[in-house]
Design a protein around this ligand. Structure first.
Ligand code: G
Ligand code: MN
Length: 297
């Protein structure tokens, strides 16, 4: 068929097949890279801070996966997560990432919350969810400061299973956040019926929030919903001062976005934290309060 198509459409068909082939090669390369990866060495975590809109002080951070392959270089998370799911190593990837995250953040000063993303495949396997809870329990990080982020679409795939999974995570004392809120069906019934602690308003509402009254109204409505349901709320994707000003007009909230923090490796994240006075830091044996004091002045 391809041969005939090539004959008839010449350039177009050939271009298509070359592009197609390149994609297949990339997928194959990523899958092989994952199979052969030394995950502990090749995966790392970047942290993006979440700040209080009124004070600018960090209150938490989201853990974001990074893969640096010796063969392929840096591969974006959207690509490697998708291929890890296809090749059946996603559970191993998630377990490695969670273990690494908890080991790193348990050395951080203060009492920030840490968010960790789970995919549909993660919540689809109860064996795997039990493994994840073992990892949490055997870490030095307090489970109550840990939040698991799950997207609306993931939840909707299998609501009954999602409910059981969330219960299990909540049983650890951890929190659950609904990620990318507003992009899916945003059915208010499951916000009410599932054990959710926090909504993350998707960054698509931020793109045009300065000009677009609809986006402003939607963000405002979600903030009010959170207030009345006693849910925590994070506005994602804040990139400019102008966006930030509009948001400030809507009240006090938690904010995540490039304006306040890019995703940072743990060492840079620790440097960032040193700019915020935190009384508990002074006695912290890990970072050493003296170092922090001298840096700040
Ligand atoms: O879907 P989730 O919320 O987990 O996605 C987090 C992703 O969003 C990360 O890859 C992060 O780098 C990206 N991100 C974080 N802040 C911003 C921002 O201000 N603007 C844009 N465009 N992307 C952001
Ligand atoms: Mn997320």
């Amino acid at each position: 068929v391809l041969y005939v198509a090539k004959e008839r459409l010449r350039g177009q068909a050939i271009l298509f097949s070359e592009k197609h082939q390149a994609e297949i090669n990339e997928t194959t390369g990523i899958m092989r890279g994952l199979q052969e990866a030394n995950m502990d060495d090749e995966f790392s975590i970047n942290y993006q801070f979440v700040v209080d809109s009124q004070t600018g002080v960090p209150v938490g951070a989201e853990a974001l996966a990074r893969w640096s392959s010796p063969v392929l270089g840096n591969v974006s998370p959207s690509k490697f997560i998708k291929n890890a799911e296809k090749s059946g190593v996603i559970n191993q990837v998630t377990e490695t990432l969670l273990r690494k995250t908890l080991a790193e953040v348990s050395t951080w000063p203060g009492d920030l919350f840490i968010s960790f993303n789970l995919s549909a495949h993660d919540i689809g396997s109860s064996h795997h969810i039990h493994r994840l809870s073992e990892i949490v329990q055997s870490s030095n990080f307090p489970p109550k400061r840990l939040t698991f982020e799950i997207t609306e679409t993931t939840l909707l795939r299998d609501l009954n299973r999602a409910h059981d999974t969330l219960q299990l995570l909540k049983g650890l004392g951890s929190k659950v956040a609904l990620d990318d809120f507003g992009t899916g069906y945003s059915s208010l019934s499951y916000v009410q019926n599932l054990p959710i602690d926090r909504l993350k308003i998707d960054r698509s509402f931020l793109h045009d929030i300065e000009q677009c009254r609809t986006s402003q109204a939607v963000v405002k409505a979600i903030l009010e919903l959170c207030e009345s349901l006693d849910l925590d709320c994070i506005v994602e994707g804040v990139e400019t001062e102008q966006q930030f000003e509009v948001l400030q007009g809507l009240g006090r909230m938690k904010i995540q976005g490039y304006l306040f923090s890019k995703p940072l490796p743990s060492s840079d994240a620790l440097t960032y934290l040193q700019f915020f006075p935190e009384p508990k830091l002074e006695n912290d044996p890990v970072t050493g309060g003296m170092v922090k004091q001298s840096r700040m002045r």
